[in-house]
Design a protein around this ligand. Structure first.
Ligand code: NDP
Length: 301
């Protein structure tokens, strides 16, 4: 039997509705969330992100503004700018747009964003809070993966979970969140021996690897919940395995696939997220939720 597809858009929409209510309550108290994006230099991808973030924020009543710094900005100058925003009471959340120029240590600057304005949940203080079970400001993608699992509404306590990937923004926080939900997580990585044996035991499988369609159907336990975090751009192939060429550009056509081979996985799993349309839309909404949570933290502190 084919798995039920978890629709990320509809999960995102429900959360968005709740956020609109929360923002209205906050506005009645005289406060409004204001997300400040900081971008260094011009970049087509990050310009797209910014436009999308702005649209998403404004659609639910979050004020969104962008500070653009020149491409030759030095690390010290960016740090100074972040410190200024940290103490600016009109700014309630800060997001640093990636990529940053090579001369800037992105991780160092990101961790200097004040914990109560850290809408990406990357500050070590918020990471530490997660260990203590405080899930207010958690990296957006990790939170999105877990929201999708919770959206199914099945009892999670006691379930075996396997997380493939141990990055600080996805694998590790997902494993902590799932631990807090009383599942038993196993975190796998490139050094894991006999990966299939671990994944085949899992009632919940989260793939955050960055390798196109690496997880095949035969690596999945029948009836498992499968969350595919991966976003990979690959060439579209025809039935003979040759690249499909775009007649207008003359270049190979590209498509987006996850870390799970959807066609085989959906025949084994009970629930599965598609790529695109699964984790992606919920991740965006988690940024909005973190922005609202950040303001609530300031109001209540
Ligand atoms: P990283 O590259 O930081 O981490 C990848 C992880 O996968 C590492 O822990 C690595 O192990 C592990 N890994 C790599 N190869 C194997 C293997 N053969 N077997 C087992 N484990 C392996 O990636 P991210 O966590 O940042 O992202 C993961 C995926 O999620 C990517 O496809 C990315 O594009 C996508 N993504 C999606 C987002 C969304 O909004 N949907 C947002 C962020 C990311 P090791 O630690 O040993 O190297």
């Amino acid at each position: 039997m084919s798995a039920i597809i978890i629709d990320g858009e509809s999960v995102a929409e429900k959360i968005r509705k709740q956020l609109i209510e929360d923002i209205n309550v906050l506005k009645k108290k005289g406060v409004c969330p204001h997300l400040k994006a900081v971008q260094v230099g011009e970049n087509a991808a990050s310009r797209l992100y910014v436009q999308n973030q702005q649209k998403q924020c404004e659609a639910i009543g979050i004020k969104y503004t962008l500070d653009e710094l020149p491409a030759d900005t030095k690390e010290e100058r960016l740090i100074e700018h972040i410190r200024k925003l940290n103490s600016d009471t009109s700014v309630t959340g800060i997001i640093l747009q990636m990529p940053l120029p090579e001369n800037i240590n992105a991780k160092k600057v990101q961790t200097l964003i004040a914990p109560h304005k850290d809408v990406e949940g990357m500050n070590p203080v918020n990471m530490g809070e997660l260990v203590y079970g405080n899930t207010r400001l958690v990296p957006c993608t990790a939170m999105a993966a877990v929201e999708l699992i919770k959206s199914i509404g099945v009892e999670l306590k006691g379930k075996e979970a396997a997380i493939v990937g141990r990055s600080a923004i996805v694998g590790k926080p997902v494993s902590l969140l799932l631990l807090d939900l009383s599942t038993t997580p196993t975190v796998c990585h490139s050094g894991t021996k006999d990966l299939s044996a671990k994944t085949r035991r899992a009632d919940i499988l989260v793939a955050a690897i960055g390798k196109p369609e690496m997880v095949k159907g035969d690596m999945i336990k029948p009836g498992a919940i499968v969350i595919d975090v991966g976003i990979n751009r690959v060439k579209e192939l025809d039935d003979s395995g040759n690249p499909v060429i775009n007649p207008t550009s003359g270049k190979p056509k590209m498509k987006t696939v996850g870390d799970v081979e959807f066609a085989t996985a959906k025949e084994i799993a009970s629930y599965i997220t598609p790529v695109p349309g699964g984790v992606g839309p919920v991740t965006v909404v988690m940024l909005l939720r973190n922005t609202v949570e950040a303001l609530k933290m300031s109001v209540n502190s």
